[in-house]
Design a binder for this molecule. Structure first.
Ligand code: PMP
Length: 396
């Protein structure tokens, strides 16, 4: 049976990771992989996480199954983190399932959408996180793209985006990134969120908000402001969240899928479908990571420590966004890199061509994906001079 299979190409980012690992250049820099890195190039376990883990080791009393929705305390705390004290929560219109990471949440959402409308198309931004497309297609949904990033002017194609979305069908879903757009770093401003939310209400499509970087852009609340505005405006919403980045829990696979319905009764119906979807995919999520998050958010002391660590991570990313712009300008690079400072989160497109990307890799051991998307957190005080010098040479 297996002889019918054809080998598939490796994911370009995994290939890049392997090539980086093998590179013996002592100055090599990895700007490809989408994980936060500190000044030393490490992705450390957060202190608040370590403490919550120690507490859990001491206090865990059973390894018996948790339910389909996972840790209910975690689910409730995630709802507050995402929505604050939103009226949808007060009206008991939100239901949440803990999921294996943000990816698990998106897959659950895809199956949920399919149960609502087998013929639904999911509209994603051009460009978007590549896995969005494969994930929705794998669930048997149609995928279409709407204009989002203007590579030429390093800005949003907002008017084009709105024009395209005006013609989306009522039974379709529009996926939008809440903050720190992956891969462009380009987010909607407050006014644009308002226009988008009104459009969703008027046209009647359903919005899926992917929030994988809450706290990495401006602040925990500011990064969820667009999401909350949407929840103010429309009756139904799907929210896919991830704790991979903001809690640094990548490999523990922690995320959540939250469904906001029109009223408490329809929310119960949505919940029954949500849980049935979960049951048919993985039955129940893993316990460890969600327990850590619930422990942190349940303790003032640990929450404060987590906020500090999140501020440090965001501070470092934003510091280097500013530094890249300034240092390239000081080094005499003619191209304008000020867009890097206007964007949010870990990613930006440097706007380099294939030849320049290849030269950075072969001559300088600086690795980035073929679109010239870089992870800003890969730059440090230690490698900044080397990076600037390499950029000056390939941009000449
Ligand atoms: N959505 C976006 C936009 C992402 O960038 C990512 C991770 N790269 C995810 C979802 C999934 O995150 P997780 O690792 O929690 O599955």
């Amino acid at each position: 049976m297996f002889s019918a299979l054809k080998p598939l190409p490796t994911d370009p980012i995994l290939g890049l990771m392997a090539a980086f690992k093998q590179d013996t250049n002592p100055n090599k820099i990895d700007l490809g992989v989408g994980v936060y890195k500190d000044e030393q190039g490490n992705t450390p376990v957060l202190r608040a996480v370590k403490k919550a883990e120690a507490f859990r080791l001491e206090n865990e009393t059973t390894k018996s199954y948790i339910g389909l929705a996972g840790n209910l305390d975690f689910c409730q705390k995630m709802e507050s983190l995402l929505l604050g004290e939103h009226k949808a929560l007060l009206a008991n219109r939100v239901r949440t399932a803990q999921t294996p990471g943000g990816t698990g949440s998106l897959r659950v959402a895809a199956e949920f959408i399919k149960r609502c409308n087998t013929n639904a198309t999911v509209w994603v931004t051009t460009p978007t996180w590549a896995n969005h497309i494969s994930l929705f297609e794998a669930a048997g949904l149609g995928v279409k793209e709407y204009p989002y990033y203007d590579y030429e002017n390093k800005d949003l194609l907002f008017n084009e985006m709105i024009d395209t979305l005006k013609s989306v069908s009522k039974g379709d879903v529009v996926l939008i990134h809440a903050c720190c757009h992956n891969p462009s770093g380009m987010d909607l401003n407050a006014e644009q969120w308002e226009v988008f939310a009104e459009l969703a209400k008027d046209v009647g499509f359903t919005v899926l908000v992917d929030i994988a970087y809450q706290g990495f852009g401006t602040s925990l609340d500011a990064d969820a402001a667009g999401l909350r505005l949407l929840a103010d405006t429309v009756d139904e919403l799907i929210i896919c969240s991830s704790c991979s980045k903001n809690f640094g829990l990548y490999r523990e696979r922690v995320g959540a899928c939250s469904i906001i319905s029109e009223n408490a009764a329809t929310a119960d119906v949505s919940n029954s479908v949500l849980l049935s979807v979960v049951r048919s995919i993985y039955s129940m999520p893993p316990a460890h990571g969600a327990d850590i998050v619930a422990t942190i958010l349940g303790s003032n002391e640990l929450t404060q420590e987590w906020h500090q660590e999140l501020d440090e991570m965001r501070g470092r990313i934003n510091e280097f966004r500013g530094l890249i712009k300034t240092r390239l300008a000081e080094a005499g690079v003619e191209q304008d890199f000020s867009f890097i400072e206007r964007q949010h989160g870990m990613f930006s497109f440097l706007g380099l061509n294939k030849e320049q990307i290849e030269r950075l890799k072969t001559e300088y051991a600086i690795y980035m994906v073929g679109s010239s998307r870089v992870n800003v957190a890969g730059i440090s005080h230690g490698n900044m001079d080397y990076f600037v010098n390499a950029m000056v040479n390939v941009l000449k």
